[in-house]
Design a protein around this ligand. Structure first.
Ligand code: KIV
Ligand code: ZN
Length: 388
């Protein structure tokens, strides 16, 4: 068995992420991202849903052929034709996986699939066995697992484990669960499913209530060791758990989350930026870890603290996630210290009296102008050049 303290990062940016509005990628963009995700250190890269389209099949196959050093997975429903397409698409990869899923909640079984629980169990066993004819690495997901009757969840997982699944994923498909509840589900499964110690348990959380990252970490505390996530948290509706937030939490809170991973932290920001170039939008400015404001400070009190000791208002350095340097933004909330610091960087050391005068002009300008650039600051040194 793998190291019990190691978290396996399963990236689904190119599958669950890509299937959300505004996130479609062309073949070459998927390949470029796949290389970068490998360089980031993800252990498993879900390259797509091979049966979904010819384009997706080709992309999964090209990634399986070209991207080495990580395990390449394709998603498949519990249908022979899906599994066959996934099996053929991943075949060139030395390390590969078929990821099959079937809904487990009564709501999905009755209204979406229109099959009984018994039929679902039969499909589970048959599909896992069929996937094993293509690869020895098969993941089974109980879709809508967090809204599933616990008795049935245990039954379905038992069937998948007996059939030979090597990873069991319990998705919070609609982002409904809470951290406490999610960790309890993993504890229950570990207690009640025979042979569960031989498989890796996995989290897969959506962010409909803004709890995807917290839920993923709670899943780990309940015994999961694989986390499924995406860059910038892209994914269906409100998105998936954000990879960079999970990796940063493991780095910053090692005291509470004593786990290791293969993620190269300095690649987080470059990967986030590359994804923004490939899809229609970037991370929100206030997005944790990789947003434009994640290491920016405008208020005077915070800037004063940052200049005295960065630990006052930053729990990690921007460099530690590959994000360059802290940005002390000058605006109407800024104080004398930050202004003096900026002027010094621009080559001007002022006396106290000069600084008072320039600061006075600065506050007048900041009340009128939302964005203040270095040119504006330099202009403050020459009162006749301050914009009217
Ligand atoms: O959210 C979900 O349930 C999924 C499965 C296909 C794993 O994406
Ligand atoms: Zn999902």
């Amino acid at each position: 068995m793998p190291n019990p303290d190691q978290i396996v990062f399963f990236d689904t940016t190119l599958r669950d992420g890509e299937q959300s509005p505004g996130c479609t990628m062309h073949h070459d963009e998927k390949l470029r991202m796949a290389h970068q995700l490998r360089d980031l250190g993800v252990d498993i890269l879900e390259a797509g849903f091979a049966i979904a389209s010819e384009g997706d099949f080709d992309a999964v196959r090209a990634i399986a052929r070209e991207v080495t050093g990580t395990r390449i997975a394709s998603l498949a429903r519990c249908k022979r034709e899906d599994i066959d397409a996934a099996g053929r698409a991943i075949q060139p990869a030395k390390l590969n996986r078929i990821h099959i899923f079937l809904a487990s909640s009564d709501l999905h079984l009755e209204y979406k699939l229109r099959i009984s629980r018994e039929q679902a169990l039969d499909q589970t066993a048959e599909s896992v066995r069929h996937a094993l004819t293509y690869t020895d690495n098969v993941e089974f997901s109980t879709e809508d697992g967090t809204r599933t009757d616990p008795e049935f969840l245990v039954k379905m997982i038992t069937v998948a484990v007996q059939a030979g699944a090597t990873t069991i994923n319990i998705p919070d498909t609609v982002g409904y669960t809470t951290p406490e509840e999610y960790s309890a589900i993993f504890r229950m499964v570990r207690e009640r499913v025979a042979g569960i110690e031989n498989v890796i348990l996995s989290t897969h959380c959506h962010d409909d209530l803004g709890m995807a990252v917290a839920n993923s970490l709670a899943g780990v505390q309940g015994g999961a060791r694989q986390i499924e996530c995406t860059i910038n948290g892209i994914g269906e509706r409100a998105g998936n758990a954000a990879l960079e937030e999970i990796a940063a939490a493991l780095m910053v809170r090692r005291d509470k989350l004593p786990y290791t991973s293969n993620i190269r932290m300095d690649q987080l920001y470059p990967t986030s930026q590359m994804l923004a170039e490939c899809i229609s939008f970037g991370a929100a400015p206030n997005k944790a870890v990789v947003g434009a404001n994640a290491f920016a400070h405008e208020s005077g009190i915070h800037q004063h603290g940052m200049l005295a000791n960065p630990l006052t208002y930053e729990i990690m350095t921007p460099a530690s996630v590959g994000a360059g340097s802290t940005n002390l933004v000058l605006g109407k909330h800024s104080g004398r210290r930050a202004l003096a610091d900026r002027l010094e960087r621009l080559g001007h050391t002022l006396t106290r009296e000069q600084l008072d005068e320039v600061y006075h002009r600065f506050t007048e300008l900041a009340d009128r102008k939302k964005s203040i650039y270095d040119q504006d600051i330099l202009g403050l040194l020459k009162p006749e050049k301050v914009p009217a």
